[in-house]
Ligand binder design. Structure first.
Ligand code: GLP
Length: 241
């Protein structure tokens, strides 16, 4: 069989098709997290693809954290969301990559004068205007994180430009962040956070602060998030100097 390559990624199309098919299976919840993936043999028969392609696609999805493999037991749909720390991606992109649909509920989406604390975080002079977003972020109708973002109005002039994804709105304005500093801290979720995230009071959460920047060094956002500790794994690749 002739192998076609996707011009953008140079990956064989059959491989990409299979990855998409597996993502769809996960996204549509045809198989619940924790359940076993059909065997390599079954997948290759139903999808009419070679076992080598199936094996490569599965290995790719294991690396991305969508699937997990237990030695001798098989391949399973990952129960946790594994997020590589070194990539500057948005919540929306992270979920879509996993075949899950993201959604936000807004508690606040407005514009106002910067507070002294915000002006420090964003390098803004007093009196500047900022857009504030306070959102509960869902994946497949399950609440996953609470986020408070502050963005200079000089970058994002109107809060209503954010329909669901902040980075999508910034992209349209040619202001997608290029670099970010992120701090991750363990916290126990307070009563209000726990109620919103559908977990018990005092459950483990990950508090993430992200300050992201444009190429010219301007700060684009200061975001404080509380992610559910029972669902998220943040992973990083480490190298020696
Ligand atoms: C992550 C980051 C936030 C960022 C957000 C953007 O959750 N921790 O700092 O603001 O992604 O996501 P979206 O574009 O979906 O709003």
């Amino acid at each position: 069989r002739r192998i076609c390559h996707d011009p953008a990624t140079h990956q064989p199309l059959a491989y990409l098709r299979l990855r998409q098919a597996i993502r769809n299976i996960i996204g549509h919840r045809d198989i619940e997290p924790g359940q076993a993936l059909p065997s390599e043999r079954d997948l290759s028969q139903t999808l009419k693809l070679s076992r080598v392609t199936v094996r490569k696609a599965i290995a790719g999805l294991v690396e991305e954290g969508l699937l997990t493999q237990r030695h001798g037991a098989g391949t399973f749909i990952a129960e946790r969301i594994v997020k590589p720390m070194s990539r500057l991606t948005s919540f929306t992109e992270d979920l879509r990559e996993r075949g899950l649909s993201p959604r936000s509920e807004f508690f606040e989406r407005g514009i106002g004068e910067v507070t002294p604390e915000e002006s420090m975080a964003l390098n803004l002079s007093p009196g500047s205007l900022v857009v504030r977003l306070h959102r509960l972020r869902y994946g497949q109708d399950e609440p996953l994180a609470i986020e408070r973002s502050v963005v200079p109005a000089s970058v994002l002039p109107d809060p209503l430009l954010v329909h669901d994804s902040l980075y999508e709105a910034l992209e349209k304005l040619n202001a997608r962040p290029r670099r970010a500093l992120q701090r991750l801290r363990a916290v126990s979720l307070n009563a209000q956070q726990a109620r919103l995230l559908h977990v018990g009071v005092g459950s483990a959460g990950l508090n993430i602060e992200r300050r992201s920047f444009l190429d010219d060094g301007r700060v684009v956002e200061f975001t404080c998030s509380w992610y559910r500790g029972d669902i998220y794994d943040f992973v990083a690749e480490l190298q020696t100097d």
